[in-house]
Design a protein around this ligand. Structure first.
Ligand SMILES: C[S@@+](CC[C@H](N)C(=O)[O-])C[C@H]1O[C@@H](n2cnc3c(N)ncnc32)[C@H](O)[C@@H]1O
Ligand code: SF4
Length: 418
């Protein structure tokens, strides 16, 4: 960035944010255990060796929330997402105690969406019914594939029969259900990927998340890559998946998310619209706004360390301010994932800075055909969605990279993050 541009931004944007009103606040709860670690997974999840310390962990989550209360004082929670790991490893009684403890400590919107992530390998009808009775009103089911060969290749603990039984029960009990599926799986053909979409559509779930399988550092698949479809084959699969879902009436509203109109995930929409979230539990991330600053926090990642530090009243491993230099990029990293984009006014509302902070990269992105030239919204074009990482990188100001001359290269597909 040139000195002139820096001087222009300094003139229009003070270093501290100013908010007319704080953003909506969501709550994320992380449960860090799974039956077995999947070979492709880089989430903060650990194989449960023996019984998980369910009761001690719920105590820690409650203590963690109590430590955080001063930073969210007087604010209402609009949604809760209990993710992992495999939260469905926990008993319904534990989830009931957790939700009761949350309700007793923070005001919760009466219409709050409360999602729990479940693995078909932990499916029991009574347990699912118990989650529902505890107040969970949306279930996100990690189906991944309906094909037994692919489920085996992915190292999943469930097979096709468990996937179908869990899907059926989830829809009967919750109605509001998401299926997670992945494509471009080891040796997967286009016809097999299409068969997975057909199998998922037969259940008519309100929401479907389709992720391209990526080889993440520090995973078994990264060290010993399986034979994946090449880039061209993966792109063909992606196009076919998206076409089939659109034809079935699903709105492709975010990079990996497809919903029947009105069934978009409200909790995730809050992330993508740069809302606030408090994350409790091992390794959970938070983004919280205050009248004069925005902070990011990360809790201790290892379950044992998290339990010890939380008992000592200090669960935070990291607590940093989002600076004015970073806030434009962070906003765009989220907002540009949305197919319909966001109204321009949301930038000032959620960052506390005027839009002029990102005037230059916005101009560049529009000139390169990556953002629509509509002055009322910030919305990626089809080209912008295809080259999303490059588009987002244009907002990485002052990082020694001249975005104006950078080539358009399709980087790794973007990942969902909690
Ligand atoms: C945090 S996981 C939780 C779901 C639950 N533990 C399960 O796997 O059944 C959320 C989703 O991320 C997706 N995912 C995880 N690792 C991935 C990878 N390497 N590439 C693409 N998607 C991935 C999977 O679809 C998974 O269901
Ligand atoms: S993909 Fe899901 S079940 Fe598998 S290790 Fe990761 S969080 Fe656990």
């Amino acid at each position: 960035m040139t000195d002139t541009v820096v001087a222009r931004i300094d003139a229009v944007a003070p270093s501290q944010p100013r908010f007319a009103a704080l953003p909506p606040l969501a709550l994320y709860v992380h449960i860090p255990w799974c039956i077995r670690k999947c070979p492709y997974c880089d989430f903060n999840s650990h194989e449960a060796k023996g019984d998980v310390p369910e009761s001690a962990y719920v105590d820690a989550l409650v203590a963690d929330l109590e430590c955080a209360l001063p930073s969210i004082w007087g604010r209402r929670i609009v949604s809760i997402f209990i993710g992992g790991g495999t939260p469905s490893l926990f008993s319904a009684a534990a989830i009931d105690r957790l939700l009761g403890a949350i309700r007793a400590r923070v005001p919760l919107s009466p219409e709050a969406e409360i999602t729990l992530e479940a693995n078909p390998g932990t499916f029991e009808r009574d347990r699912f019914a118990g989650f529902h009775a505890a107040g969970v009103n949306r279930l996100s089911l990690g189906i991944q594939s309906f094909n037994p060969e692919h489920l085996r290749a992915l190292g999943r603990v469930h097979g096709e029969i468990e996937a179908r039984a869990a899907a059926e029960a989830a829809l009967a009990i919750f109605g509001n259900v998401n299926f997670d599926l992945m494509y471009a799986l080891p040796r997967q053909t286009l016809a097999e990927a299409e068969a997975d979409v057909t199998a998922a559509l037969a259940f008519a779930p309100p929401h479907l998340s389709f992720y391209q399988l990526t080889l993440e550092p520090n995973t078994l698949f990264h060290r010993h890559p399986p034979p994946l479809p090449d880039d061209d084959a993966a792109a063909d699969i992606e196009d076919a998946v998206h076409d089939m879902l659109a034809e079935a009436g699903y709105h492709h509203y975010e990079t990996s998310a497809h919903a029947r109109p009105g069934s978009e995930c409200r909790h995730n929409l809050n992330y993508w619209r740069f809302g606030d979230y408090l994350g409790i539990g091992a390794g959970a991330h938070s983004k919280l706004s205050f009248p004069d600053r925005i902070v990011r926090q990360i809790r201790f990642k290892q379950p044992r360390q998290y339990l010890e530090r939380t008992a000592a009243g200090a669960p935070l491993a990291e607590d940093v301010e989002i600076t004015r230099a970073d806030v434009g990029f962070e906003f765009m990293l989220n907002a540009l994932r949305l197919a319909d984009g966001v109204p321009v006014s949301l930038f000032a509302e959620r960052t506390g800075h005027p839009l002029a902070l990102v005037a230059r990269p916005l101009e560049l992105a529009t000139a390169r055909g990556l953002i629509e030239s509509d002055p009322t919204v910030i919305r990626p074009t089809a080209l912008g969605r295809r080259f999303l990482n490059d588009l987002q990188a244009l907002f990485l100001v002052d990082r020694g990279r001249d975005a104006r001359t950078a080539p358009l290269v399709r980087l790794d597909p973007v990942r969902d993050g909690h």
